[in-house]
Design a protein around this ligand. Sequence first.
Ligand code: ZN
Length: 332
Amino acid sequence: MSRSPLGFTRRQLVASAAALAATPFVGGNLATPAHAAASKLGASQPTHYRFKLGDFEVTMISDSDAFIDGPWPLIGGNAAQADVDQLMRDNLLPANKYQPGFTPMVVNTGAELILFDTGNGARGFVPRPAGGWLAAQIAPAGFKPEDIDLVVLSHGHPDHIGGLYEDGKLLFPNARYAVGAVEYDFWSPAGKHSGDLEKFSALFRDYVVPLAGKMTFLKPGADVSPGIRAVESHGHTPGHLSFRMESAGKQLFFLGDCAHHHVASLARPDWHCVFDVDPEKGAQARKRVFDMLATEKIAVSAYHMPFPSIGYVERLEGGGYRWLPHSYQLNL
Ligand SMILES: [Zn+2]
């Protein structure tokens, strides 16, 4: 007798389907009393997502569910608004709001727990309650903050360093840290910047500079841990780093902030991003990295793609690229 995955026999399923089919549909006048209306629960989105990468285990943790006005002009500020809006409509997306991921990543190498970027914290781009979730979400994702061995920062922006502290204390008290040497030198001086850059620099001086004694200053090509290597992707910020990791023949590329919208940044990598310190250099890095990822067809962890922010980059025939979200292929 064949059994369904839930343990019913085929005969039982056929019998219950027949019983359902035999039940007359009752219209507006139900014979039985109506149930009380269930209260609405609001939209619900997962806050962590775990998958295998060879012998590594990788956990994506959501730091925000904020909606942002855009994508134009935040993305495509050097293009006509009509073109960006039309691309959104062509992809069944609204033209006036988008929901980026803010997705820190924990890699368990078997020897170490390594956290890549720390979300918004209390002082990031996305204020609480819509952002700054990492401190609250790390335990449900299966980790104790004191067990994190190494925190790697792709760059110095507030939505990546803001979660280093919680209530004035280091959130990951036993961790070592790593950041690009060029990045550290760009943000750490006082009196160098003005405007938004000075705001970001002030947070960097408050949060990252005090960790210098526990910090490894990375150059592109440096290994942060066996199997995990820093890759130069300067442009979004002057010292921005991506990371390539490999375990048991499986590769993952941690993109950081080379891209900010899963449709617009990929379809038109030449469209400028307002968050890029050097928008033209950011566009060049985006094109170079997408070209590599589409050629190699390796998995990508992309901080600002919609949660869980894991996918692949496909090259389109007419130019540009497309984001293909991960489904199950890494878990085989
Ligand atoms: Zn960011």
